[in-house]
Design a protein around this ligand. Structure first.
Ligand code: PMP
Length: 428
């Protein structure tokens, strides 16, 4: 059993006194499943070890970056080497040029790219850029898609099919949220309607091409094609938020895989190899609006940090070296796991997967948008989560998150996970 959590509890008691909720990012607090979060001491390959010494098969993978599992030697080596030469200069370096060239060569549609430190920073900058480029005020997003803790993107739908956003967080001014419009994911009618009514005021439609932030929800056939056609037809930009899917679903991200050419792309997670890097990039004429070339300001003291660039370079070079074989391997591993989970939980849960991203939804029918996601049995999910945790398997601590399989997951990891699921299935 992997249930002993004495040290994690003691650390959490200390943490809650000095860090809001005891965590530096809300979902880590286990509010979605109850209980006390595990504090992680170390990680290697597919496994993480918590403060009490329990070793767990990890399907969180730092929420996406760990495509090759934790602490791959080629990333560690690159970071060590970079650190020896200084940790930050605030001046340009060769590694930034190399990483930018790699990103431009790997992600279709990216002709120029700017590195930042987090996915939220990338999407926030993209919002400013699309407004600056088009001179239009409205950002269109989907309900249930998450694009980071950015004021303009923390808007939730009001009632109705396509609505002006209302703040989804205290502290977001109504006026800011009102600059955002919200449509249900996967609903082509809603998209057509909102473009018919407001098309000439929409700067951009930003969307996760494969949604991962309401749990894993693939786009319906034709949905992204419709988004591409409507944005183009109305002079608005299409921003694919590939912070989660970039390099995860294919060498060129989800856009390349699905044949959708965006105007802008936001990247994060894998592009930094587990260090704080994200990026926004896209069409040259749009990116040329960014300072110091153009009038849209965006800057960062630690942007392009040498350690982070070294990690990103090591990661992307390895992805390019492995090529399609890597994604076939991930597909096979994730397929075997999800096939097994689906059989074990038949009638109780729907397992949705796209490549190496998946979610076990405690729902009687497939989840296609935020409304259907909200209908899931979150109490059953909590029992599933804690049952697995007690048996050495670490899933995302929320029904509304995607899990990640890495190239480091072994057949033994998958068997252990399926055996654990089998043991608890009757009690969920
Ligand atoms: N966009 C997407 C699609 C994401 O999944 C996330 C984070 N999970 C973000 C943006 C924000 O990235 P970060 O947490 O690095 O700020």
């Amino acid at each position: 059993m992997s249930g002993k959590d004495t040290r994690s509890r003691a650390l959490f008691d200390r943490a809650v006194r000095v860090i809001p909720g005891g965590v530096n990012s809300p979902v880590r607090a286990f509010r979605g499943v109850g209980g006390v979060p595990r504090f992680i001491r170390s990680a290697s390959g597919s496994r993480i070890t918590d403060a009490d010494g329990n070793t767990l098969v990890d399907y969180v993978g730092s929420w996406g970056p760990m495509l090759f599992g934790h602490a791959p030697p080629f990333v560690l080596e690159a970071v060590r080497e970079a650190a020896g030469a200084g940790t930050s200069f605030g001046a340009p370096t060769e590694r930034e040029v190399e990483l930018a060239e790699l990103v431009c060569s790997m992600v279709p549609g990216v002709e120029m790219v700017r590195f930042v430190n987090s996915g939220s920073e990338a999407t926030g900058a993209a919002v400013r850029l699309v407004r600056g480029y088009t001179g239009r005020p409205i950002i269109l997003k989907c309900e249930g898609c998450y694009h980071g803790s950015v004021d303009a993107l923390l808007a939730r739908a009001g009632s109705g099919v396509a609505t002006l956003g209302i703040p989804d967080s205290a502290g977001v001014p109504d006026a800011v949220a009102a600059g955002t419009m919200v449509v249900p994911f996967n609903d082509t009618n809603a998209l057509e309607e909102v473009f018919a009514a407001h098309g000439n005021r929409i700067a951009a439609f930003i969307v996760e091409p494969v949604a991962g932030n309401m749990g894993l929800v693939p786009p319906r056939p034709g949905y992204l094609e419709m988004a591409r056609a409507l944005t183009r037809g109305h002079g608005a930009l299409l921003v694919l938020d590939e912070v989660m899917t970039g390099f995860r679903l294919g060498v060129g991200g989800a856009g390349a895989l699905l044949g959708i050419l965006p105007d802008l792309v936001t990247l994060g997670k894998i592009v930094g190899g587990g260090l704080p890097v994200a990026a926004y990039g896209g069409r040259r004429d749009v990116m040329e609006c960014v300072a110091p070339l153009g009038p849209v300001y965006q800057a960062g003291t630690l942007s392009g940090n040498p350690l982070a660039m070294a990690a990103g370079l090591a990661m992307l070079r390895e992805i390019r070296r492995r090529g399609p074989e890597l994604y076939e391997l991930l597909e096979a591993k994730a397929g075997a796991l999800c096939h097994g989970l689906s059989a074990i939980l038949d009638g109780r849960a729907v397992v949705q997967r796209f490549g190496s991203m998946f979610t076990v939804f405690f729902s009687g029918s497939p989840v296609t948008d935020f409304l259907s996601a909200k209908g899931c049995d979150t109490v059953a999910f909590s029992r599933f989560f804690h049952g697995l945790l007690g048996r050495g398997v670490y899933f995302p601590p929320s029904q509304f998150e995607s899990a990640f399989v890495s190239a480091a997951h072994t057949d033994d990891d998958i068997s252990l996970t399926l055996n654990a699921a089998r043991e608890i299935a009757a009690d969920i």
